[in-house]
Design a protein around this ligand. Structure first.
Ligand code: IPE
Length: 252
């Protein structure tokens, strides 16, 4: 099993605060075609990009509980998910949307439970589950946000993935502008100052949030890669298990 995340910064223009024209249709198509080159036993997670971060910020999610904010934000990320699913289908795959709002429960902002069986059945049947960053109910905080970066390690562990790859629009974890080949938890203090947030509106933590999630996964014994999915060919490479970007690992 392989888990791939494509960041919302690839699929949308996160600096565009109006929702209307923020989808990058040609990038969505390219990503779909690259995935179609290596679609075996895959679960895809995509970021929400401006479709999620802009309404979430507008309604003050996740700190502020807003019934309208939850509905508007969810409906907006579902629209992006529709575009991704349509593009994957046009690329010849058999994608199915899976909306975290309906299958994830949070506790203190972290995934407490997740209905993974439908995903396992989909993959067994040669279908491609397509999840996304979403709003979700939270047993202690009423509601929250479940980012794609949190879904990836959770799914990787729950589904015993062999490959977990997180594609964003930078070449990996950058130190002085260069991607580190490998990173372990003990590198964290010395590189913390290099871990910027995200360009554009982001309510879930940018590169630092991403790295912390993948270090937790490494602690659980599953290595992952953080790579640049905006560079043509990298998605297929990452799905083949080739080294692209930064490997997040437990061992030295
Ligand atoms: C955020 O998802 C979800 C919402 C804001 C509703 P992600 O954190 O996975 O999205 P990107 O990759 O940063 O766009």
């Amino acid at each position: 099993m392989k888990i791939l995340k494509i960041g919302g910064s690839i699929l949308t223009d996160k600096k565009n605060e109006s929702l209307a024209n923020a989808a990058r249709h040609s990038e969505i198509r390219r990503v779909a075609e690259e995935i179609a080159a290596r679609p075996e036993e895959l679960v895809l997670v995509h970021g929400a990009g401006s479709f999620g971060h802009v309404p979430a910020k507008k309604y003050g999610l996740p700190d502020n509980f807003s019934a309208e904010g939850l509905r508007v934000t969810h409906n907006s990320v579902v629209r992006l998910n529709d575009l991704v699913v349509d593009a994957l289908s046009e690329a010849g795959l058999s994608p199915l949307p899976v909306h975290p709002l309906s299958c994830v429960l949070l506790k203190d902002g972290r995934i407490e439970s997740f209905a993974k069986e439908p995903i396992e059945e989909m993959v067994k049947d040669g279908l491609l589950p397509v999840l996304h960053g979403d709003v979700a109910m939270d047993v202690t905080r009423r509601a929250g946000i479940v980012s794609g970066d949190q879904l990836v390690p959770y799914l990787a562990e729950a589904l015993h993935a062999k490959i977990a790859a997180v594609g964003s629009n930078v070449d990996g974890v950058l130190v002085d502008g260069k991607p580190m080949a490998k990173i372990t938890r003990k590198d964290l203090p010395s590189i913390e100052t290099y871990l910027g947030g995200s360009a554009g509106v982001d309510v879930t933590g940018g590169m630092k949030g991403k790295l912390l999630e993948m270090l937790d996964l490494a602690d659980a014994g599953i290595d992952s890669v953080i790579f640049n999915a905006s560079k043509k060919g990298n998605i297929a490479r990452a799905l083949s298990g080739e080294t692209v970007g930064t490997t997040v690992t437990r061992s030295n």
